[in-house]
Design a protein around this ligand. Structure first.
Ligand code: DAH
Length: 330
């Protein structure tokens, strides 16, 4: 047994010291064949086993295994070291600049929505949401738009199965909020609306609106106009102004078109950006608000309109083509 152990010891020492001076892949392969190969030195020790007594065989066998493991381990380590050298340059050059990571950015419409939300939040409005797939009741009837109203023509709306439709206005959210909570109410609702318009520089079949609704014991056109006036100044600058033009919406009485005076290419100009009015008492009846006790104003503004004016964008289609060269300007 002693002889066998000594032989193994010697073999291991020689193998390890030899592998340290191996410096090519070929040299390493020769080393492997010499020590671990089927006719290698480790195998060559095997015949000595027959001289080992039965009782001592397990201990020797264990030692044999250890040496084999040590040699295999040394082989792997050296192999890794050599392939490292073989690339002839460091595998990781920390001075390389590398490929730049492309930084994304928020879409100009998302940004506009955030900005508008911030301004109205400062005035005490909270944010409400409603579904984009709506029923006709919330999109029309509850807003005083009866079954035979021309605005309900299938050619002007995206109807889907089951008497539902893609909402054509965010005014739907006025109804949903009033159904859900008791007055007073002070909310804005920003979201997508859909109309089958032919796409051109100012029309797109999907766009965004900002709806506002304020319900309190006493609300007048003055409250409405001063709220929109505050918004215009906060958003477009101190010199911005608001003007109302008489109009008609089925769910407000009186109703007005909202124009804002803003700076476009250095010149102050009036631009139409939405509609507004005092909530029609019939709408309060629909949602079960006592119209003797409560009054309200509402408005709806076009987000794309606002963004296009603020950032000088001439064609609404550019907003939705996902062309990064255009979008990264904002
Ligand atoms: N929903 C209207 C539209 O899409 C805009 C509007 C007008 C909203 C008057 C209102 C409002 O809340 O009071 O054309």
């Amino acid at each position: 047994m002693q002889k066998m152990l000594e032989t193994l010891e010697k073999l291991q020492n020689e193998a390890i010291s030899e592998i340290e001076s191996v410096d090519t892949i070929d040299g390493l392969e020769s080393w492997r064949i010499a020590y671990l190969g089927s006719k290698g030195r480790l195998k060559g020790v095997m015949p000595l086993m027959k001289d080992v007594s039965r009782e001592e065989k397990p201990a020797v066998g264990k030692r044999l295994n250890e040496v084999k493991k040590a040699l295999e381990g040394a082989f792997e380590t050296r192999k890794n070291g050599l392939s490292f050298v073989a690339t002839s340059r460091p595998p990781l050059d920390i001075t390389e600049t590398g490929d730049p990571t492309a930084l994304g950015r928020r879409h100009v419409i998302s940004r506009t929505i955030d900005e508008i939300t911030q301004v109205f939040s400062r005035m005490g409005f909270s944010v409400a949401y409603g579904p984009e797939v709506e029923d006709e009741y919330h999109n029309f009837n509850a807003l005083n738009i009866p079954d035979d109203h021309p605005a309900r023509d299938p050619i002007d709306n995206f109807f889907v199965d089951g008497g539902r439709m893609l909402r054509s206005q965010t005014s739907t959210v006025q109804i949903r909020v009033m159904e859900a909570v008791e007055p007073p109410v002070k909310i804005i609702a920003i979201g997508r609306v859909y109309r089958p318009d032919t796409h051109d520089a100012t029309h797109f079949s999907m766009f965004h609106q900002c709806e506002g609704l304020f319900v309190a014991p006493k609300v007048s056109m003055v409250d409405l106009k001063s709220t929109l006036f505050q918004f215009a100044k906060a958003y477009f600058g101190e010199e911005a102004e608001v003007r109302f033009r008489p109009s008609f919406f089925p769910f407000t009485e009186p109703s007005a078109e909202v124009d804002m005076k803003m700076k476009i290419k250095g010149k102050w100009q009036w631009v139409e950006i939405g509609g507004c009015g005092l909530v029609d008492p019939d709408v309060f009846d629909q949602v079960g608000y006592d119209n003797e006790k409560w009054q309200g104003f509402a408005f709806g503004l076009g987000i794309e309109r606002i963004a296009m004016l603020k950032y000088g964008i001439q064609d609404i289609r550019w907003l939705f083509e996902n062309d990064a060269r255009f979008l990264r300007q904002f």
